[in-house]
Ligand binder design. Structure first.
Ligand code: ATP
Ligand code: MG
Length: 244
């Protein structure tokens, strides 16, 4: 069964229809990259998937659970871990305490076990030395790596990542992308909105191209960067625009 089924949804903000009769499914494998011009509904789609925005028509099922049912949202958010463009860790807690907070309080993981797991993920994102640091003592790239570790602490089936490197300078951004590539290699399933085309080309097993609230193209990563780039005028225009 597909983990996420977006079934013919329409999403409006007032008079503005952002997603129109939009359908797509995601099974749990690989990295799906979502690209498209600014304002086209990419963030809105991710936010609808984990119930941060309500939908006006249609339905979204996550592991068979409808996002329209309030009581499903907690489970849905456990299945879909999400990391945003900017992340704010709880400022009064150090990194380790930030990481164990939800597992201990929401999953009931024993504290000792949560600490071990937190140290495992801190090592994975290369930040073992920062376990006692607080939010304002970390660089932007470090904050995003901690945010990824924090999402992984909850054992999500899929990670939803929305432009998580776009507020970072190139060096920090490449550190974060390296971690994502590594996780992708380990089989962590991700749905990634990004403008980082070299990253996308490297890891995407599937690329969705959105424009004007519709799914224009849904192809393999390899096809997107070869035939679509060459033959699809809208894709070519988009890639030229963002400098690829
Ligand atoms: N809460 C909101 N209220 C009103 N309009 C909104 C809201 N959130 C998004 N929009 C509008 O919906 C449209 C789609 O926004 P969205 O953030 O999904 O675009 P995007 O594809 O993620 O763009 P970008 O690449 O710039 O991040 C935009 O026109 C935006 O102004
Ligand atoms: Mg966006």
């Amino acid at each position: 069964m597909d983990v996420i089924e977006v079934k013919d949804i329409t999403k409006c903000f007032g008079d503005l229809t952002v997603l129109r009769d939009f359908s797509v499914s995601f099974s749990s494998e690989g990295v799906t990259v979502i690209v498209g011009p600014s304002g086209t509904g990419k963030s809105t789609l991710l936010r609808c998937i984990n119930g941060l925005e309500s939908i006006d028509k249609g339905d979204i099922l996550v592991d068979g659970l409808s996002v329209k049912e309030k009581r499903n949202l907690r489970k849905i958010r456990l299945i879909c871990g999400m990391v945003f463009q900017t992340t704010v860790l709880f400022p009064h807690l150090n990194v380790l305490d930030n990481l164990i907070l939800s597992p201990v309080h929401l999953l009931g993981t024993p504290k000792k076990e949560a600490m071990e797991k937190a140290r495992y993920y801190l090592a994975k994102v290369g930040l073992t030395s920062k376990e006692k640091s607080r939010h304002n003592e970390l660089s932007g790239g470090e904050q995003q790596r901690i945010a990824i570790a924090r999402a992984l602490m909850m054992n999500p089936r899929i990670l939803l990542l929305d432009e998580i490197t776009s507020a970072l300078d190139p060096e920090m951004s490449s550190e974060v992308l390296r971690i994502l590539e590594q996780l992708a290699g380990e089989g962590v399933y991700m749905l990634v909105v990004t403008h980082e085309m070299s990253f996308a080309q490297h890891v995407a097993s599937r690329v969705l191209f959105l424009e004007g609230g519709s799914l224009v193209l849904d192809v393999s990563g390899a096809d997107f960067f070869t035939s679509a780039k060459k033959d699809n005028e809208r894709v070519a225009r988009f890639l030229r625009y963002i400098g690829e």
